[in-house]
Structures are given as C-alpha cells and as structure tokens.
Write a protein that binds this ligand. Structure first.
Ligand code: GDP
Ligand code: IMO
Ligand code: MG
Length: 423
C-alpha cells in the first residue's frame, strides 16, 4: 500500500511540479491536499510547458487520476478555466475527482484578500491575492461554502446569504467597498455546479480504496514548510498545512498508509512576498539566481527573492516532515558562480544556532554563518550521472547531504524531464 508524500522544504517553488511529473510515471493517483490556486507548478515535457495551479502535476499521463482533496480551497472558476485550458492542449481530464468537503474560494474572499493586504500597508503579507487566506478563515469560522454545497443550490444560497450578512458589513463599513449581491453569486455558481457536479465525490473513500487495491498514490504538496501555518515564518505564511502531516488531514488518509516522504530541495532558496529571509542576496548573486533560474512567480509574475541554501532550514524541514529522502533541483542555476556559499548556522547576540531558532526575533535579526565552496563553470545541464558532474558540483551536493543527514535520490539539472540524474 504505497503512499508517498512530496513536499517543499523551503518557501515554495522548489520544483515540486517537475518532480511530481517525473514520479507520476509510476503512480496511479495524484492528490493535492492543501492550498489553492496560490500554487503555481510549471511542468515542461519536450517543447510543451504546462502551468498548473489547482490540478496536480502528472496529468500528462492519461492513466493518472488527479484528485483535489478535502484540505484544498477551490476557486471553481479558476478550476474550470484550468480544465478548459488543458483540454484545449489535448489533455482532457474528465477523470478529475474533487472532494465534496473541499471549501470554495468565493468572490468575496478574493475582494477581502485584496482589501486586507491594502489595509495592512507596509505590514502586508504579500499574498497572491487569490482569496486563499479568507477562504481558510471562513472554514475555521464555520462559515465556509464547500464543493458539496454545489450539489444543492438551495443550501448553497442559504449559506451564501448567511456569509454575506457578515461579509457585506465588513466590506462596506470597514473597507468602504460596495456590498456583494447574493443573487449574482448564486447565478454565477449555477453554471459551475452543472460543470463540476460529476467530479464531486468522497475522495477519502476513493483514495483509501485505491491504496487497498495496491495502487500507487502520490500526495503533492503545494507551497513549502516555511509557509506552513503552524511551522512556518508566521505571520508571513499561507493559511494551510503544506507539511507532510497535512497530507493525511487534507485527504482523509491515515499516517500508517504513507511509506515515503520526499522533500524537493532547491540548490539555493527563493521566497515570494514579505517576511524574514536570512540568506537573501540583494546583489549580483541574487541577480544571477533570479535571471538564470527564471525566478518569477508562476501565479503572480512577481520576482522571487533569492538567496543561498540554508541548512538550519533544511534540517528543520527534514525533522518537521519526517523526510525519508530528498531531491535536489536547479543545481544547473549555480553554474558560473565562482564561490558558492552554504549557510550552516546563525549568530545572534553572541550565540550560535545550528538548528532553526525557537523564536522569530532571532530568525529575523540573526546573521548567517557561511562556509564557502568552490563553484564550477562547466555546463551540467546534460549530465545523466553524478560522475558526469564536475568534482566541485559533486562535493557541494555531498556536503548538503552530510549536513542534512539524508541523501538525494535525484538531482535535477534543467527544466525538462530528461535533465535529471537518478542516483
Ligand atoms: P513548484 O511550485 O515547486 O512546482 O515550482 P515552480 O514550478 O513554481 O518553479 C520551479 C521552476 O523551475 C519551474 O519553472 C520549473 O520548470 C523549473 N525547474 C525545475 N527544476 C529545474 C532544474 O533542475 N533546473 C532549472 N533550470 N529549472 C528547473
Ligand atoms: P507553490 O506551490 C511560493 C506565498 C505568497 C505569500 C504567502 C501567503 O508554487 O510553491 P497566500 O496567497 O497563500 O495567502 O500568500 O505565501 N505563497 C507562495 N510562495 N510558492 C507558492 O506556491 C506560494 N503560495 C503562496 O507569496 O508570501
Ligand atoms: Mg510554484
């Protein structure tokens, strides 16, 4: 009963989409368990490039069943647009399953996301403004609208009216914005209901039946460990649980059904939005990573902040997620940098921290402690084995493994599927 979780150990955009696509080859079912269309996963297959936001990567394989689990928040319009976009590219995915329990991002969630960011001013989180946070707020407040409510438009209307009674007060009185009309929302969602109803099922039952039948199930995390609501750099986080534990809660599967947890580690680190980032490089190195690594957001187009790989963060992610193995991505992006730095700890008030600090003041104000590694200038993007890498690149990879206490099962050296070394 092999269940495998794939997570981001950093602040997202580690290359989870590419690795999900590679692993999909051996999978039967791929499940998204949290987040919404704040995620952006780019998958390159030959000359084709797919940008996915809600539908799990792996859809290039016609036999894979993609599942949107209970813990995801679904913007129905975005989902339908994504389905249409894929169908137009010859990838129809009628087999998509959506959990009846998944909450929906409603039009007022998008408005509230934007209004709350504007209200915060300089203290803003830097969200993707897709309404993800406000949808999770309503889920916790028990005011949410779920996918199953689309199956009974009378209930849908009642719930929308209940929610709007409060939301409109906030929109009008606090944010000085126009009220939202329930009739309009109901009308709009009638067409979404007709379209999505055939996909809405009990996905926990389905996934568990697949596991019982010996099928391979991959749980694809979105975002990353440091964006986790509990374990990330709060409040500069997303509002869900991208950590491995979130996969069970977000898909209705027990922890004993999982036998592998893989962390997708980028060879440096990026972050989108506000919040502390000790190894950030606002200099030629950061520019190199950004330009060579094309570090612009898949969802918002924002330039990603770039910095050196941070070992305390990686060790934290190994622990919090209980990783069983790791995959290294974007090693090729470091080609051409003369001296590569690796952060092995932090210094704050004369104290040295080798582990992720226990409070955010330290993480915010600390100074990274670096060790320096010789770089390489050879093009590594066609390497098929570790032996084909320059010694300096091999040493860098081995040092990360040593410090993290875990090995890489793959090393990725380019966007394409075949630009991958299987160790
Ligand atoms: P995700 O959110 O974790 O799925 O990552 P994104 O798709 O948002 O960002 C990763 C980007 O890097 C995508 O454009 C990938 O195609 C690309 N990518 C993935 N692996 C590699 C690699 O090894 N080398 C290079 N140069 N690009 C990669
Ligand atoms: P993938 O799956 C990188 C960041 C936003 C912001 C914070 C909160 O592609 O790795 P939200 O809209 O979620 O309320 O924003 O989280 N963020 C991501 N950063 N990759 C992502 O997803 C992200 N999803 C959200 O930039 O800082
Ligand atoms: Mg991304």
């Amino acid at each position: 009963m092999p269940g495998r979780i794939l997570i981001g150990p950093q602040w997202g955009d580690e290359g989870k989409g590419k690795i999900t696509d590679i692993l999909a080859d051996k999978m039967d079912v791929i499940v998204r368990y949290q987040g919404g269309n704040n995620a952006g996963h780019t998958v390159v297959n030959g000359d084709r490039e797919l940008k996915l936001h809600l539908i799990p990567a792996g859809v290039f394989y016609p036999e894979i069943v993609p599942v949107i689990g209970d813990g995801v928040v679904v913007d129905p319009k975005v989902l339908i647009d994504e389905l249409d976009g894929l169908a137009a590219q010859g990838i129809p995915i009628d087999r998509l399953r959506i959990s009846a329990n998944a909450h929906m991002i409603m039009p007022y969630h998008r408005v509230l996301d934007q209004a709350s960011e504007a209200h915060l001013g300089k203290a803003k989180i830097g969200t993707t403004r897709k309404g993800v946070g406000p949808a999770y707020i309503d889920k916790a407040a028990r005011l949410g609208i779920r996918a199953q409510d689309l199956l009974d438009m009378k209930i849908f209307r009642t719930k929308v009216e209940q929610a709007l009674a409060l939301k409109n007060e906030i929109l009008v009185k606090i944010y000085d914005l126009p009220a939202i009309d329930a009739d309009e929302i109901v009308r709009e969602h009638e067409s979404y209901a007709a379209r999505l109803a055939p996909h809405i099922i009990d996905t926990s039952l389905y996934i568990n039946q697949m596991l019982d039948a010996g099928k391979e199930v991959l749980f694809e995390g979105a975002q990353g460990t440091l964006l986790d609501l509990d374990h990330g750099t709060y409040p500069f986080v997303t509002s869900s649980s991208p950590v491995a534990g979130g996969a069970c809660a977000g898909s209705g599967v027990g922890p004993l059904r999982i036998d592998e947890v893989t962390g997708i580690v980028k060879a440096y680190i990026t972050r989108v939005g506000s919040g502390p980032f000790p190894t950030e490089q606002t200099n030629e190195f950061g520019e190199h990573m950004c330009e060579v690594g094309c570090e612009y957001g898949t969802t918002t187009g924002r330039q990603r902040r770039c910095g050196w790989l941070d070992i305390p963060i990686l060790r934290y992610a190994v622990r919090v997620n209980g990783l069983s193995d790791m995959v290294l991505t974007k090693l090729d992006v470091l080609t051409g940098i003369d001296k590569i730095k690796l952060c092995t700890g932090y210094r704050y008030n004369d104290e040295v921290y080798r582990d992720f600090p226990p409070n955010q003041t330290i993480f915010h104000k600390c100074e990274p402690i670096y060790e320096e590694h010789p770089g390489w200038s050879e093009d590594i993007s066609a390497a098929k084995t570790m032996d084909e890498l320059p010694a300096a690149a091999r040493d860098y990879v081995a040092r990360i493994e040593e410090l993290a206490g875990l090995t890489f099962s793959m090393v990725s050296v380019g966007q394409k599927r075949d630009q991958t070394i299987f160790k």
